[in-house]
Design a protein around this ligand. Structure first.
Ligand SMILES: NC(=O)c1ccc[n+]([C@@H]2O[C@H](COP(=O)([O-])OP(=O)(O)OC[C@H]3O[C@@H](n4cnc5c(N)ncnc54)[C@H](O)[C@@H]3O)[C@@H](O)[C@H]2O)c1
Length: 288
């Protein structure tokens, strides 16, 4: 394993490219939207500078950045000849399946295709390609450079050797791994999303203010962050998409998305990345 292509340069893709480069891999970063990959590179530089300041990386940030190459056209990504592709595009099943069919055509036969999806079945993604044995879930946590866990998910057809390679790669990135079955939302989001959803139901009912709901969970349950703040970090659009998958695929009312969550997404209040979610966020990422 030497070369990793990251597809999707949003908050997760940027973090995945960064930890891959920190681990010494040659990295390609591709996003379909003009300017997104370049913005991700700027974010990476800032993040690496902070880590260097705190003495948490040994190498100079420039040396890490030098291992990352930006691609702006899908036709060009094959020139990296990647051993592994990690996809972190928008959580939308149609868009993802189309992308996998395209990547399957463009990338070398050896390339393992790993998805950072929070909820879409890996088996379904695998079936969109002619290499379902090389398709696997590699679910990083947000923010990727800080969070220690990677959930690894084999699909129905995933080769055990591919699973073993991906586990080893995540460990080389300094992560702890768990293996989850290919069921909707896997382990972490299966447990987290009902908590976040309940916080939105509570907000909608006027049970308490957003701040008090967050403080209640933070201090009452000893969570590092309240669920509404966490939802702003994850992205309300992503939370809604995951809940819709849980609701549809498990068919249980307990996963029904809270109306307030749906309304905030309709308003474009996607959370920290949009400057507004449950809370209002400054450009620097602080709550106003
Ligand atoms: N946000 C989280 O906390 C979190 C945590 C774990 C996993 N995930 C998963 O990671 C993935 C990305 O989430 P995010 O929060 O980084 O989203 P994001 O909105 O920040 O970024 C998504 C990026 O994908 C790009 N994109 C969309 N369609 C594309 C295409 N066809 N080809 C190439 N690029 C495309 C967009 O331009 C954007 O830059 C989702 O599957 C999400 O479920 C998110």
């Amino acid at each position: 394993m030497e070369k990793i292509l990251v597809v999707g340069a949003g908050q997760m893709g940027a973090g995945i490219a960064q930890v891959s480069a920190q681990a010494g891999f040659s990295v390609g970063l591709f996003d379909a939207f003009p300017g997104a990959a370049e913005r991700a590179m700027e974010g990476m530089k800032k993040s690496l500078a902070k880590l260097a300041e705190k003495g948490q990386i040994q190498e100079k940030p420039e040396a890490v950045i030098a291992r990352v190459r930006v691609f702006t056209k899908m036709d060009e990504v094959a020139s990296l000849d990647p051993d592994l592709m990690i996809e972190a595009i928008t959580e939308n099943v149609e868009i993802k399946l189309k992308l996998y069919a395209d990547l399957d055509r463009v990338l070398p036969a050896k390339t393992i295709l790993a998805s950072n999806t929070s909820s879409i079945p890996i088996t379904q993604i695998g079936a969109a390609t002619k290499r379902p044995d090389k398709v696997v879930g590699m679910h990083f946590m947000n923010p990727v450079p800080i969070m220690k866990l990677v959930e690894v998910i084999p699909g129905l057809a995933t080769d055990p050797g591919v699973l073993a390679t991906v586990l080893k790669t995540a460990e080389r990135m300094g992560k702890t791994t768990i293996v989850a079955k290919d069921r909707p939302a896997f382990v972490v989001n299966r447990i987290l999303m009902p908590l976040i959803n309940e916080a939105f139901f509570a907000l909608g009912e006027g049970l308490a203010s957003a701040e008090d709901i967050d403080t209640g969970v933070r201090l009452g349950l000893n969570h590092p962050m309240g669920p509404l703040t966490l939802a702003d970090f994850v992205g309300l659009d992503t939370c809604l998409a995951i809940l819709e998958v849980l609701h549809k695929q498990l068919g249980e009312d307990k996963y029904r998305p809270a109306p307030v969550l749906r309304q905030y997404v309709q308003a474009g209040w996607y959370g920290k990345k949009a400057g507004r979610g449950v809370y209002v966020w400054e450009a620097g990422g602080q709550k106003k």
